[in-house]
Write a protein that binds this ligand. Structure first.
Ligand SMILES: Nc1ncnc2c1ncn2[C@@H]1O[C@H](COP(=O)(O)OP(=O)(O)OP(=O)(O)O)[C@@H](O)[C@H]1O
Ligand SMILES: [Mg+2]
Length: 369
């Protein structure tokens, strides 16, 4: 039985995020665009999917993870938009002629296939123009039927890796800033690249959006839910010490909270605090290959820093206390930490401590090696 999803958290699985939900809902209602920033597996996709579902809006998610050319980006956008249009009106028979008029330039054809209605659009030899056109036509359709829609562009930073990224970004901006009924949410797992795309004044998307940042959730968010599920599973509540071991091992990282709890909830007997440590230990060992390959990519100084931070987080990366045992200069420590933070391997917590972002990696370096 699935108690804790490794994939998207939807329905009852989705906890909290009240402020973030309210903020995103208000942005969408006023048709403003948002960039959602968080390290990997903090709940970006879950949040947007949840909000779009709650608002009962037409919604599509476009994943640009594999973007390798402007044609690919165009095709992904056109494909998703040609499905999304059908959510914008109640009855195709009445809407058909309007739809054909709006998309006229792209020689639209409407057909019924295995996956429902389908709008086929004729693509031009100018992918960038197609991107702008199809997004603007979608907005026109939404306006015509007095509907709103949300487009979620995930792993959006992949565009910045393409040779002509500036032109692609410009064609997206052109449509987004003109849109009146479509609200855009941009997100991705490389915050550094996203920050450059939206924060650098020489880039086309500069200042197009406000940023929403996701942090880890507090213990109290989880306690009620875990106790409810403990009762459902073992007819008893978990001891405080057990909860505490779960929080200590996962450091409240949303993905690891779910992974660890799912394994715990597969136990026949209600676990004791020591069992939590044993389960976590075995889980991290099983992740050895993935974690080692991340560590092997690091430079010597980055390795030194990450191992030192796994053992003891610090607020003072450049202090002699921290650097002397590592035999590196204060400036190298600073530089290496900056790269580790940029790559989301290290983060600064709210109390100013530099920590390893991934609790499994922290445990692996600290306990298993
Ligand atoms: N609000 C939430 N309540 C409970 N669990 C959550 C919540 N948000 C996310 N999770 C869990 O965290 C993990 C990551 O969620 P999700 O895939 O939405 O994150 P993401 O930031 O989009 O990840 P990626 O960077 O891989 O795209 C999943 O296990 C999901 O179930
Ligand atoms: Mg995601």
């Amino acid at each position: 039985m699935k108690y804790f999803p490794e994939g998207l958290a939807l329905g009852d699985y989705f906890l909290n995020r009240v402020t973030e939900r309210d903020y995103l809902i208000s942005r969408i209602k006023s048709n403003k665009h948002t960039i959602l920033m968080a390290p990997r597996r903090y709940g970006k996709t879950s949040l947007v999917t949840k909000v779009a579902g709650e608002m009962n809006l037409a919604y599509c998610s476009i994943d640009l993870l594999a973007a390798y050319s402007e044609e690919y980006v165009r095709n992904q956008i056109v494909n998703k938009v040609s499905q999304l249009v059908f959510e914008l009106f109640p009855n195709l028979d009445k809407a058909k002629s309007k739809l054909i008029t709006i998309f006229k330039q792209m020689k639209p054809e409407i057909s019924v296939g295995a996956f429902g209605q389908k709008l086929t659009l004729n693509l031009s030899n100018y992918p960038l123009q197609d991107i702008t056109d199809v997004l603007l036509k979608l907005d026109e359709t939404a306006k015509n039927f007095k509907k709103q829609a949300v487009i979620f562009l995930d792993e959006f930073q992949q565009i910045s890796q393409l040779v002509n990224h500036n032109s692609i970004e410009a064609s997206i901006r052109h449509a987004v800033e003109r849109s009146e009924n479509i609200s855009y949410v941009f997100s991705g797992s490389d915050r550094h690249l996203l920050q450059q795309m939206f924060g650098d004044h020489s880039r086309p998307l500069y200042r197009l959006c406000q940023t929403l940042t996701l942090e880890r959730m507090e213990k109290k968010v989880y306690i009620e839910r875990l106790q409810k599920l403990a009762k459902a599973k073992w007819k008893k509540k978990l001891a405080d010490a057990v909860l505490e071991r779960i929080f200590i091992q996962t450091e409240l990282h949303p993905f690891y909270m779910n992974v660890l709890c799912q394994i715990i909830w597969e136990e026949n007997h209600i676990p004791a605090a020591e069992s939590i440590d044993r389960i976590w230990h075995n889980y991290v060992i099983a992740q050895r290959q993935i974690i080692s390959s991340d560590i092997m990519k690091l430079s010597l100084n980055q390795k030194k820093i990450i191992i030192a931070l796994a053992a003891s987080p610090t607020t003072e990366i450049q202090s002699t206390n921290f650097t002397a045992p590592l035999k590196i200069s204060a400036s190298s420590a600073q530089q290496s930490t900056a790269i580790l933070r940029k790559n989301d391997l290290v983060y600064k917590d709210i109390d100013g401590f530099f920590r390893i972002l991934d609790p499994a990696m922290r445990y692996f370096l600290n306990v298993i090696l």
